[in-house]
Design a protein around this ligand. Structure first.
Ligand code: NAP
Length: 262
């Protein structure tokens, strides 16, 4: 049996709100593999929850970083450099779009909402890679979280779908830049999973049930499915994979039509 051993490795997880967060699901798998972990969270109100989650996790480091604030990003990098000197893995699990932008028609998206969604959900990956590049080891790896709406129209997803398209394109360009050093970066495209961010998407539960009913595996996916794929892509088992968007959606995206009676 192949064991993933990350006991000499160090990872930064960006974007954990609670134990349902997809960032946490990958973090938990990294921890099981022996990896040492650091976390960043958006605002101080989340610190208590993260302290509870990481209680007993030896050497865990916590940083308050709003990804739209370059100073907070720089302060984290500087502290990590002093404490660890280098970084083997990065998980970027961050997205935001104003609710109004996901409630109506895409054509009505305001400039401000468009810029906010793209900045937080896509540019933040570039900003993070840029800030962390100097810390990454020669065989380091990164993953980010995407969704099917990057490729196809998912009603209500609107500007977030456009942000995910930019995110996936950024993964390809970052793979090219970072690949020169040997660093890999991939996107995990997860089917709907019940998290705080997901529940803020209008009609999420309807979407969740529809996907489970139509997917080849006849079910949806959960945090365990996402965590396993994240661990795989970050580990040496995926040593030849970079710039890729890999689906973990019980096969939903391969379906072209939903005909109950076929
Ligand atoms: P989540 O637990 O709410 O995680 C999203 C995280 O992004 C939260 O910790 C949030 O912090 C953080 N964030 C938002 N704006 C930020 C900012 N300016 N600076 C720093 N952090 C910020 O929800 P999730 O579902 O696990 O989402 C994680 C990733 O998975 C997202 O990219 C999402 O699009 C993606 N994804 C989710 C699903 C799904 O069905 N759940 C499917 C496919 C892809 P706050 O809590 O403070 O807002």
């Amino acid at each position: 049996m192949i064991q993933i051993d990350l006991s000499s490795k160090r990872a930064l997880i960006m974007g954990v709100t609670n134990r349902r967060s997809l960032g946490w699901s990958i973090a938990a798998k990294l921890q099981e593999a022996g990896c040492q972990l650091a976390f960043s969270y958006q605002g101080e109100r989340l610190r208590g929850e993260l302290e509870k989650l990481t209680d007993g996790m030896e050497g865990a480091r916590l940083y308050q970083v709003d990804v739209t604030n370059p100073d907070e990003l720089a302060a984290m990098v500087s502290d990590l450099e002093g404490a660890w000197g280098s970084l083997d893995h990065v998980v970027h699990s961050i997205a935001f779009a104003p609710r109004e932008a996901m409630d109506g028609r895409y054509i009505d998206t305001t400039r401000d909402d468009w810029v906010t969604a793209l900045e937080v959900s896509a540019y933040s990956l570039v900003a993070s890679a840029q800030a962390l590049e100097g810390l990454l080891t020669d065989d380091a790896s990164m993953v980010t979280l995407s969704y099917y709406a990057a490729e196809k129209v998912v009603p209500k997803y609107n500007v977030m779908g456009v942000a995910k398209s930019a995110l996936e394109a950024s993964v390809r360009y970052l793979a090219y830049d970072l690949g020169k050093k040997g660093v890999r970066i991939n996107a995990v495209s997860a089917g709907p999973v019940k998290t705080v961010a997901a529940r803020s998407i209008p009609g999420f539960m309807k979407m969740y049930k529809r996907v489970a009913g139509m997917a080849p595996l006849g079910r949806g996916v959960d945090q365990q499915d996402v965590g396993r794929l994240g661990l795989f892509l970050l580990s040496d088992l995926a040593s030849g994979i970079t710039g890729e968007t890999v689906y973990v959606d019980a096969g939903y995206h391969v379906m072209g039509m939903d005909l109950d009676d076929v």
